[in-house]
Write a protein that binds this ligand. Structure first.
Ligand SMILES: [Zn+2]
Length: 217
């Protein structure tokens, strides 16, 4: 992260404008979060949201509004097996449904325009480092803060657990690891719920994550 300081400086300058735009939401998050602020942006993660074709290892977007639509890919080479689609539906309903996000399954997903399906779930290992179970990346940035469409890619062979699905969906709405939280926490801190790494296979959102989601959306 230190190697391209000139580039980072310019990105940060762009980001400051975006951050100003959401001062109220960010301030509210800090004021209400009892434990730590792990909602993008924080002082440790403020790279502007941009469109990617694969993960750069950083989470730098919120989703673009509180109406969260999702689609687990059902056909083609990145399709989820039926059992994995069931996990996705259950995690979205049980973990994210009770938050202030309005979660809905989009059976006719949109991949273009400015109101795309917010999260596309794929089963694939393409672009994943050998140590990673999954990744999240913004395919279409709405602005410097928010993403119109995020892709979640989780490898096959038993990795589509509720914990990993919760973790990657958390990234898609802007939740960060402990090392990017303010104040910083251990990545394995239990109070980060499913956002801890390594991710427990059955972990869900904990109070701190829910509070941040509800203060943001
Ligand atoms: Zn992660």
């Amino acid at each position: 992260m230190l190697k391209t300081s000139a580039k980072r400086l310019s990105v940060r300058a762009i980001c400051l404008a975006a951050v100003t735009f959401v001062t109220v939401a960010v301030t509210a998050g800090v004021a209400w979060a009892a434990y730590t602020d792990n909602m993008y942006p924080t002082q440790y993660e403020q790279t502007a949201c941009f469109s990617e074709s694969g993960s750069d290892g950083q989470v730098s977007c919120q989703t673009d509004n509180s109406a969260l639509t999702y689609y687990p890919d059902e056909s083609g080479s990145n399709a989820l097996e039926a059992v994995d689609r069931t996990v996705v539906h259950r995690v979205l309903a049980d973990q994210f449904g009770p938050t202030d996000l309005t979660v809905s399954y989009d059976s006719t997903p949109s991949y273009s325009g400015n109101a795309e399906t917010d999260i596309i779930f794929e089963e694939s290992s393409t672009g994943l480092s050998s140590s990673a179970a999954g990744m999240t990346f913004c395919n279409n940035a709405a602005d410097g803060l928010r993403c119109d469409q995020q892709y979640i890619r989780i490898r096959g062979g038993g990795y589509y657990t509720s914990g990993v699905t919760c973790h990657e969906t958390g990234h898609a709405v802007g939740l960060l690891h402990g090392s990017s939280a303010s104040p910083r926490k251990s990545n394995s801190d239990e109070r980060l719920g499913c956002m801890e790494t390594p991710t427990d296979h059955f972990e869900g959102l904990e109070a701190n994550n829910i509070e941040l989601i509800n203060n943001t959306y």
